[in-house]
Design a protein around this ligand. Structure first.
Ligand SMILES: Cc1cc2nc3c(=O)[nH]c(=O)nc-3n(C[C@H](O)[C@H](O)[C@H](O)COP(=O)(O)O)c2cc1C
Length: 246
């Protein structure tokens, strides 16, 4: 008998509706002039925030660019790509490498039950703060890597994050999932997107006045696809190339 106390109802889902969303999502490079209702945009952002994320530490930010001058400047920073120039909305999806500290405390403050389980207290109060902290000049990370190398000889241990680069990968994994939720939500509302990594990161950081621990993972152009908005039929290689069974 499971000790689990919490149970959540799951709705019936029509997989064919989901498939329609997934299949019809394409990277759209030209949008028409149809505006995206703000309620739709906000709903898609809310769904983005529901993406799975590492330790529930939510190291993301979604910057919606409304100011026309900033939008123009951003399209230039996106190397003048059509997907940015014709977008009705531009959403910049950002990873933060330092918010995890505050978010650990917020996890404990916002725990949705009367008592915070001991294991949760210990994780967010102590363990996560060691796990994600690499220390000045990476000194803690170096120590943790050495410890993992030794203890790892006998048992399974986490092999990172131990460096600033590991932390960037850590955050980017989560943030990309948020981006995908956002894009699928847009499609489900009948709108389209184009994720872009073709941008001048330095210029975009400066434009948004991003703090030093932030980096832009993707810029997403959004709107309704123009008749010539998708450039060619979808290409995917044979599934045998990618799907391995062990
Ligand atoms: C991380 C990432 C970066 C991308 N950057 C660009 C980009 O800068 N410009 C662009 O036109 N498409 C960009 N794309 C879109 C891809 O080219 C596109 O997803 C791929 O060709 C598959 O096509 P589909 O999305 O229509 O299935 C990017 C996609 C991802 C996931």
């Amino acid at each position: 008998m499971s000790k689990q106390r919490y149970h959540e109802a799951v709705p019936d889902i029509d997989v064919e509706e989901f498939r329609k969303v997934v299949m019809s999502r394409r990277s759209v490079r030209r949008f028409d002039d149809t505006p995206i209702p703000d309620a739709v945009l906000q709903d898609c952002l809310d769904m983005a925030l529901l993406a799975p994320n590492s330790s529930n530490l939510q190291p993301w930010e979604f910057h919606v660019i409304k100011t026309p001058a900033l939008k123009k400047e951003l399209a230039v920073a996106c190397l003048n790509q059509n997907a940015a120039r014709t977008a009705q909305e531009l959403v910049i999806i950002v990873a933060r490498l330092e918010t995890w500290k505050e978010h650990c405390d917020m996890m404990l403050d916002n725990w949705p039950e009367e008592t915070v389980p001991k294991v949760v207290q210990s994780y967010y109060g102590r363990l996560a703060k060691i796990y994600y902290n690499q220390g000045p000049l990476n000194i803690l990370g170096i120590g943790k890597r050495a410890l993992a190398a030794v203890t790892g000889l006998k048992r399974a241990v986490p092999r990172g994050p131990f460096t600033h680069a590991d932390m960037k990968v850590w955050a980017a994994k989560t943030v990309a999932l948020g981006a995908e939720n956002f894009m699928l939500a847009m499609r489900a509302h009948g709108f389209d997107t184009c994720p872009m990594e073709g941008f001048d990161a330095r210029r975009v950081n400066r434009m948004l006045k991003l703090p030093p621990d932030a980096f832009v993972v993707m810029v997403v152009g959004c709107g309704k696809r123009a008749p010539d908005g998708v450039y060619h039929p979808r290409i995917r290689f044979d599934r045998e190339r990618f799907i391995k069974t062990h």
